[in-house]
Design a protein around this ligand. Structure first.
Ligand SMILES: [Zn+2]
Length: 122
């Protein structure tokens, strides 16, 4: 799976995963290692971009056993914020809506190739 582009401010678009209305930010960092802003209005919101990052990171085993609900714990969110800043991400950790990220955890990551997502226990 390729890197999903992140949308924000100025050009209007829509998250291709959850449908949230978004804008394209002209101030993108081409060197961002995660959550990089999109050049065009074709991409996903910060929550969906982070969800996709978890899918990739999970494949290499770093966070394979993560229970998505753990992402609602402020301490875990702070740790993820440090990871995001260390990766020189375009997105500010404060932009992340953790509740929405966990709620939408099982939405397909790519409409062309729906993947079986891990189930979030209720
Ligand atoms: Zn989204």
């Amino acid at each position: 799976m390729g890197q999903l582009n992140l949308l924000s401010s100025s050009e209007i678009g829509q998250c291709s995963r959850c449908g949230e209305k978004l804008r394209v930010d002209p101030n993108r960092n081409a060197d961002a290692r995660m959550l990089r802003r999109a050049k065009t209005a074709d991409g996903v919101c910060v929550n969906c971009a982070l969800r996709a990052w978890f899918e990739i990171a999970g494949e290499v085993g770093a966070i394979r056993d993560l229970d998505p609900k753990q992402l609602l714990i402020p301490m875990i969110q702070e740790q993820m914020g440090r990871v995001i800043r260390a990766a020189k991400a375009d997105a500010d950790p404060a932009e992340i809506d953790w509740t929405k990220l966990v709620r939408d955890w099982d939405l397909p990551l790519d409409k062309r190739k729906p993947k079986r997502a891990r189930k979030v226990p209720n």
